[in-house]
Ligand binder design. Structure first.
Ligand SMILES: Cc1cc2nc3c(=O)[nH]c(=O)nc-3n(C[C@H](O)[C@H](O)[C@H](O)COP(=O)(O)OP(=O)(O)OC[C@H]3O[C@@H](n4cnc5c(N)ncnc54)[C@H](O)[C@@H]3O)c2cc1C
Length: 401
């Protein structure tokens, strides 16, 4: 019996496990393989939707899928990986330490919010995890209970004018409307140390985003580096200070620190550089997928981006390849030349781009409908477990031009 361990129950880990089951069945090795998953909790968290009003429904119970497929879920935190001795050291929530040995491993432990060592950073909110999204929601409810009485409680500052920050700030007006206090005027401020909004977008894309920001009455403070945060204000290195009770930090993601367990090159986001089969360099049966992996996606030198778009297919390839590696079958090279983004820009507005230059392909209500479809269908597993297993076949998607 061989042990395959998947660390992480997010998009990459979930699809790794589904794909491993499917491929083991295909090779008729299912009775010779034990698949285990270790994750911090019992849910596949739909993180991209944690900024929404109804984020509390955005967790898929893992056991619904894992139990019928015979995959054992260990709810625990992995503290250390000894890749030479093939041991994983984990701690359960009751403090109990355990060691799990493996023949094959898929590291899919995802990413975490960048938390700079700023004075008062703990007073900033974020939407990185379910727990922290609940904290933000509780805070908004508390402000609404006192009808957003002070000017600082009516002022909302989002730090970070890239993808997540834009979705958070453009989603806030709708979120606040749900409190049904129509007479209250709010101030929305987006800040970034960069001088440009969404610098990763083409100039056409940035134009659309800036216009929408303006339409929603959101002010953009460019070139502002945060100096300190308190429960009542945010101060910038320029000397500017904004009185606010709500600062939401969207300052980017970095790979899970478990990536440091492997003595190989990591990129500036802390991701492990993987080979074309998603193997961690030099390891025959150890793979990385999702936000922990920097994988080459095409022949032009583009590398994966921390996104569901890359985490889901990488999971499918990693699960497939891990099983093949354990049973001495050929591995399938991962590639994903097609690259699109769909940015939520608030009520009835979104921006679909295509290609690495992020050129606009669609805006307005049709882009918004597509965004809703992606977030409510494409990235959510099928309700039926066996249908989900079928969907785990690794497929290479090409650009449609
Ligand atoms: C607010 C926000 C908005 C986003 N919007 C989008 C979007 O619109 N489109 C898009 O494509 N992407 C978006 N993303 C990015 C996307 O959510 C991530 O790229 C995706 O979740 C990565 O999947 P993953 O499986 O690699 O990691 P994760 O989803 O982070 O899952 C990691 C898993 O590892 C587990 N884990 C972590 N540490 C340990 C440990 N020590 N021991 C055991 N288990 C551990 C966790 O419990 C979790 O199950 C957004 C992210 C955020 C935070």
């Amino acid at each position: 019996m061989k042990n395959l361990v998947v660390i992480g129950g997010g998009f990459a880990g979930f699809w790794s496990a589904m794909s491993a089951v499917r491929q083991a069945r295909f090779l008729r090795k299912d009775s010779a393989l034990k698949i285990m998953m270790i994750s911090l909790d019992e849910y596949l968290s739909i993180r991209p939707r944690f900024y929404e009003n109804k984020f509390k429904d955005m967790r898929v119970p893992l056991k619904k899928y894992l139990d019928p497929l015979g995959i054992v879920l260990h709810v625990a935190k992995v503290e250390r990986i000894d890749h030479k001795k093939r041991n994983i050291f984990m701690v359960r929530s009751n403090g109990q330490e355990e060691v799990l040995s493996f023949d094959g491993l898929i590291l899919a432990a995802g990413s975490q919010l960048n938390r700079p060592p700023l004075p008062g950073f703990e007073h900033a909110f974020n939407v990185d995890t379910f727990r922290e999204s609940v904290q933000l929601e509780d805070h908004l409810k508390e402000l609404s209970a006192s009808r957003f009485l002070s000017a600082s409680s009516r002022t909302f500052v989002v730090v970070g004018a890239s993808f997540t920050g834009l979705e958070v700030i453009t989603g806030l007006p709708e979120r606040l409307r749900s409190f049904d206090l129509p007479d209250i005027h709010y101030d929305f401020i987006l800040t970034d140390r960069s001088f440009s909004i969404a610098p990763e977008y083409s100039s056409e894309g940035r134009g659309i985003i800036s216009r929408q920001i303006g339409k929603e009455g959101i002010q953009f403070f460019a070139g502002e580096e945060v100096d300190s945060i308190s429960p009542e204000h945010i101060r910038f290195k320029s000397g500017k200070c904004i009185e606010t009770r709500t600062i939401i930090w969207c300052g980017g993601l970095k790979a899970n620190p478990l990536t440091s367990m492997f003595p190989i090159d990591r990129d500036c986001q802390g991701r492990l550089k993987v080979d074309q089969f998603l193997r961690i360099d030099g390891q025959k049966t150890i793979f990385a997928a999702g936000d922990v992996a920097q994988a080459c996606v095409d022949d032009e030198g583009h590398t994966s981006v921390m996104s569901c778009q890359h985490a889901i297919p990488q999971g499918k390839f990693a699960g497939n390849n891990a099983v093949n590696a354990l049973f001495d079958c050929d591995l399938i090279p991962y590639s994903q030349p097609r690259y699109v983004t769909c940015l939520d820009l608030g009520s009835e507005q979104a921006l679909l781009t295509s290609g690495w230059g992020r050129f606009p392909k669609m805006t307005g209500i049709s882009a918004k409908e597509l965004k809703i479809e992606i977030m409510s269908k494409w990235i959510i597993p099928e309700k039926d477990v066996e249908e989900t297993v079928k969907m785990s076949v690794p497929v290479i998607l090409h650009n449609e031009g």
